[in-house]
Design a protein around this ligand. Sequence first.
Ligand code: XUL
Ligand code: CO
Length: 435
Amino acid sequence: MKKYDEVKKVIYDPKSDDPFTFSYYNPEEVILGKKMKDHLKFAISYWHTIDACGTDMFGGDTMDKNFGKDYGLDRYKKKADFAFELMDKLQIEYYCFHDVDIAPVGKTLEESMKYFNEMVDYISELQKKHNKKLLWNTANNFGDKIFMAGAATSPNADVFACAAAKVKAGLDAAKKLNASGYVFWGGREGYDTLLNTDMGLELDNLARFMKMAVAYAKKIGFKGSFYIEPKPKEPTKHQYDFDVATCMNFLRKYGLEKDFKMNIEANHATLAGHTFQHELYTARVNDSFGSIDANQGDLFLGWDTDQFPTNVYDTTMCMYEVLKAGGFTDGGLNFDAKTRRQSNTFEDILLAYIAGMDTFALGLRKAAELIESKKLDSFIKERYDSYTKGIGKKIVDEDTDFEELYNYALKIKDINVSSGRQEYLEQMINKVLFK
Ligand code: XUL
Ligand code: CO
């Protein structure tokens, strides 16, 4: 097998046996009127790819990502150089980061800000040189011990202020780097026990925090989308952004539903007891589909394992939803995924991205087939046909009431609810996937 440095650029070559080629991802190929690269808008996650070294609850690093530099800005500059070269190799146009991913943490918040701003300038140059774009950035407002009880939902107002300072700096960076989005993932915005929690105040404060972020973005002219990334649990027992439906309820309560869309992560959906498709579909019908954190979990482990997606069934149904939602605008597919602890070489990073990108490319191809065949659409259309005429049409048009329905119902002679044909539909999908 080739060494990392020997792989200059991963290209589409479906007949090749070389594992460092794409078998399904052909960036310039047009599918349903759009290039594959514009349908998929792949991004690398800085935290997993450039920083994480394999540490878990039971053991330390299995990889070295210090690039020969012991500490400080030099190390982070080397990391950034590596990030942009990796994107070139993989033909990935976008990247995502938390503030602490790109710069060292200082002894004080002021010092951290200084490092952060210096690295934003450095990355801004790399972005131009390599012709890359920032899909979104965010703040890590959960790692430091001051955030142990949350950030915007901390019982301590000084912590709220520090979190706000970090998001302000993040929005300034987003503006400077021309990011197409800014993400709020809950971090520790939730609770471990209700015995010590004022839930009402915490939720009100979270909304206050978000309103201030929206106002500041407007003030500085940041035009990107704001996203909430739902997750039900981990690190806290209950995260306030449990799932798409819970987030929509929160946004509507505080009048923020026009300002935020959803960044939906596959592994977070399954932790909430939903399929990935369920979360995407819920966002679509609530006009809040925005972006995706692509990964997959392991249902037997039951925590946020952030594995690279290799399940074609899931990526097909995901891309089906993305196409149905009209495709990405500001959003894209960020691989919030890390190589397994034992996959600890730089070759593994390339192979993992190739697997993830190809799995989504194949999913896109299969989803396009499903849409073009219209088989699901026409089945569903027929299933709900009773709402296109007679009393059904009156219900949809909101042109009836309980009294009319009462009189109508008493006169019905025969009711024949048609078969849901689940097995037929599952077989139909199998035929699209495996024929
Ligand atoms: C945590 C998670 C985060 C967000 C960004 O589960 O998914 O990495 O994507 O903070
Ligand atoms: Co995520």
